[in-house]
Design a protein around this ligand. Structure first.
Ligand code: NAD
Length: 503
């Protein structure tokens, strides 16, 4: 039996329980049907129905927010070592079920097993990393003044909402939920409607690992109904959101009446800038990896290639050859490098750019076509002869689609790189150290890598500028979002208190 056949067989075993019961909401440790009934989740591999999913609305969100509210005090006050050990047990359990998580994720989202097998383990790492921070998360400072002993402490903000997208949904959910729980917050999670499977596995794993009922609640449903209700709910103190920039703007509006604290991780149109003095083989590998892995459905993807005109022709020729050799196929086949796009809607959006590229006057140098009609497969695509004013250079396509733009000078490269509404990541390839320092100083992005693809180190700040987001995750930055700083001043008794009304 081939590995693909083996994986399909294993997947069928894992999916059987979903087919029987569907995916229900999980509120206060109980399975609850959706107030609006159910909707269906579809596999992008063959457009088949995977299972029914609870269709939640404001009623379900209210029940979940109340459960999170009721569970908050006990979770906040649980000794740090106990909370830490629960998070470690969750990490262990994720590792134990990594294969199930990965296979379900591939089937639900179309992501290739090659990458998703690691995404589940990265989810475990997120829990392990933040578990290690639990004990010191509330530590503060001592800021002595002449007459007061000032101390600071940090306290969890309260129940929070976590709203996640469909690209690598398991990893991204853990990225938000692990620090929230480590801080002492309780959570209502609203996963993306297109990818509900692994959110269900996460809440199940967490409860089995000893997370008290109501500390993590999952409500499925659509963004404009369930997501909106979560943003508006008065018992929810903050919203951690990952998704599109225009949704981020809605999140802000919806949370205005309840003065919500929002953390927004949004879209990108990230440049990879290749100067002619760079290690061009490594630059080529990294540029290809950062746009064609994870189906290009990745916020940090390098979707604009800015290549120096002195090397453009040779670099693009090698690029075209490699792109044409990328293996598109069944996501459960370990050889597959690019699987199907997540949904009909997204397939329509991505493929519409093939026509837009032509209208813009660019050349489709590779790909630019769908593959079969069984699922949402497309060939990895490269647009050349493009300039930065074209829609294919300005709009987030969010698929395995790269736009190549030539530049001649460093100044021009910088101007093109910054000429975008977004500012999430940038990748600079040069062996000129001084230029790298100068360039990264002026590049408008929250995260920049020099001579490297995106290599995530959990203690570093993750987030974007401009339309790519507000706020940072990672290390202590996550706790700054999920916690409140508190100052307490203890008088030492000597300072003069101004007497009003005294004769
Ligand atoms: P999306 O904004 O359509 O949906 C994300 C989530 O928001 C879903 O759960 C959806 O149901 C919910 N939602 C939609 N409307 C809402 C509303 N009015 N109120 C509350 N919730 C609402 O995004 P998507 O298409 O699922 O994901 C792709 C996007 O996510 C891309 O733009 C990508 O760049 C971005 N992304 C960003 C990062 C990052 O770290 N910056 C990471 C991954 C993905």
């Amino acid at each position: 039996m081939s590995v693909l056949d083996e994986n399909i067989k294993k997947l069928e075993g894992y999916l059987a329980r979903f087919k029987d019961t569907g995916i229900l909401n999980r509120i206060a440790g109980q399975d609850v049907v959706g107030s609006q009934g159910a909707f269906q989740t579809i596999s992008p591999v063959d457009k088949s129905v995977i299972c029914d999913v609870a269709h939640g609305d404001a009623t379900d969100i209210d029940a979940a927010a109340s459960a999170a509210h009721d569970a908050f005090a006990a979770w906040r006050d649980m000794p740090a070592e106990e909370r830490k050990s629960i998070l470690i047990r969750i990490a262990d359990a994720i590792e134990a079920r990594a294969e199930e998580i990965a296979l379900c994720e591939c089937w639900d989202t179309g992501q290739a097993f090659k990458f998703m097998s690691k995404a589940a383990l990265r989810g475990a790492e997120n829990f392990r990393y933040f578990a290690d921070q639990v004990v010191q998360a509330r530590d503060g400072q001592h800021l002595k003044s002449p007459t007061l002993m000032n101390v600071t402490t940090r306290v969890p903000i309260g129940p929070v909402g976590v709203i996640t997208p469909w690209n690598t949904p398991f990893m991204l959910s853990t990225w938000k939920i692990a620090p929230a729980l480590a801080a002492g917050c309780t959570v209502v999670h609203k996963p993306a409607e297109a990818s509900p499977l692994t959110a269900r596995l996460l809440v199940e794993i967490a409860e089995e690992a000893g997370l008290p009922k109501g500390v993590l609640n999952t409500v499925n449903g659509f963004g404009e109904v369930a997501g909106k209700a979560l943003c508006e709910h008065p018992k929810i103190k903050a919203i951690a959101f990952v998704g599109e920039s225009r949704t981020g703007s809605l999140i802000t509006k919806q949370g205005a009446d309840t003065l919500k604290r929002n953390h927004l991780e949004l879209g990108g149109k990230n440049p990879v800038i290749v100067f002619d003095d760079a290690d061009l083989e490594r630059a080529l590998d990294a540029a290809i990896f950062m746009i064609y892995s994870i189906n290009g459905e990745r916020c940090t993807s390098s979707s604009r290639l800015l290549v120096q005109d002195t090397i453009q022709e040779a670099f693009e020729a090698k690029l075209i050859e490699r792109v044409n050799h990328i293996t598109v196929g069944h996501p459960l086949d370990p050889k597959t490098e690019v699987g199907p796009l997540v949904s009909q809607e997204h397939f329509d959006k991505v493929t519409s750019y093939f026509e837009i590229a032509k209208q813009d006057g660019a050349t489709i140098a590779a790909g630019g076509r769908a593959v079969g009609d069984e699922g949402y497969f497309i060939r990895p695509t490269l647009f050349t002869k493009a300039h930065n004013k074209m829609r294919i250079a300005q709009e987030e396509i969010f698929g395995p689609v790269l736009t190549s733009i030539a530049f001649s000078t460093e100044e021009e490269a910088l101007a093109i790189a910054n000429d975008t509404a977004y500012g999430l990541t940038g990748y600079v390839w040069t062996n000129d150290l001084t230029r790298a320092l100068r360039f990264t100083d002026k590049l408008e992005a929250g995260m920049i890598w020099v001579n490297s693809e995106n290599v995530r180190h959990l203690p570093t700040p993750f987030g974007g500028v401009k339309a790519s987001g507000i706020g940072r995750d990672g290390g202590d930055w996550s706790f700054e979002f999920y916690m409140e700083q508190k100052h307490i001043g203890f008088a030492t008794g000597q300072h003069k208190i101004t007497k009003l009304g005294a004769l």
